[in-house]
Design a protein around this ligand. Structure first.
Ligand code: NAP
Length: 248
């Protein structure tokens, strides 16, 4: 028996990186998958075929998670196409790094809107459906940086810390209706997002990680499978760190 058989998952930002890995792991565990992309149109379209090869239903939607109205329409479309939503993974995110001294308001706004507003937008979008079902698992992608802060990422760290407060509050509000809400705080995961970092910074980080390696998208995807599945039915309001021991 696969861990996500019979479940429908909606994953934001699955065209690349961690979101792509989550979609693949969910499909391997038997979930039907609705996913979004924004600028990577070709990769998004290709993913539909990749996921279908697992024998599950898969559909990609081009939708900007930072736009409230688009998120509501998306959630309605997914229910029309799939009939239900059991798991929401709020994964879409961006960085616009810079020291506070040089950080423009545009950098602040872009990161808060994409990383934090999106979590509100999509959670609002699926709320009614999950309430009717009296079940659901919401997984929000935070970061180690949202717990400990990071010089040069005040905007990103604020968005990721905001996600943690939101996650805990939603867990308290919706627990009595069978809806769980948890966050994952990845450490340093090798994706296009981290490929943009200075190699010296990367070397320093890797050396400081007790497990002596960067994480993989599969490491995060496996944690999402756990939180999305019935293996975690008594887990809510938590932040699961997946960071190789980087922060204990
Ligand atoms: P990535 O490789 O840059 O991929 C980001 C994904 O988000 C892409 O699929 C992108 O889609 C999508 N996206 C961006 N803005 C969007 C929007 N407005 N609407 C819909 N989709 C949007 O990043 P990643 O490393 O996989 O990161 C995924 C998540 O994990 C992010 O929330 C990130 O903050 C978090 N995280 C990553 C790390 C790490 O070390 N990599 C560590 C901690 C947390 P398009 O390309 O189609 O635009």
């Amino acid at each position: 028996m696969k861990l996500l058989e019979g479940k429908v998952a909606l994953i934001t930002g699955a065209s690349r990186g961690i979101g792509h890995g989550i979609a693949m792991a969910f499909a391997a565990q038997g979930a039907d998958i609705a996913f979004t992309y924004l600028s990577s149109v070709e990769k998004g379209q290709a993913l539909e075929a990749e996921l279908s090869a697992f024998g599950v239903k898969a559909k990609g939607y081009r939708s900007d998670a930072s736009d409230y109205d688009q998120a509501q329409t998306l959630a309605q479309d997914v229910v029309k196409d799939f009939g239900r939503i059991d798991i929401l993974v709020n994964n879409a995110g961006i960085t616009r790094d810079g020291l506070l001294m040089r950080m423009g308001k545009d950098q602040w706004d872009a990161v808060i809107k994409t990383n934090l507003d999106s979590v509100f937008n999509l959670t609002k979008g699926v709320q009614r459906t999950m309430l009717k079902q009296r079940s659901g698992s919401i997984i929000n992608m935070s970061s180690v940086v949202g717990i400990k802060g990071n010089a040069g990422q005040a905007n990103y760290a604020a968005s990721k810390a905001g996600i943690i407060g939101f996650t805990k509050s939603v867990a308290l509000e919706l627990g009595s209706r069978g809806i769980r809400c948890n966050a994952i705080a990845p450490g340093f995961i090798a994706t296009e997002m981290t490929a943009a970092l200075d190699p010296k910074v990367v070397e320093g980080w890797t050396e400081a990680i007790p497990l002596k390696r960067a994480g993989t998208v599969e490491d995060i995807a496996n944690a999402c499978v756990f939180l999305g599945s019935d293996m975690s039915t008594y887990v809510t309001g938590q932040v699961l760190s997946v960071n190789g021991g980087m922060l204990t």
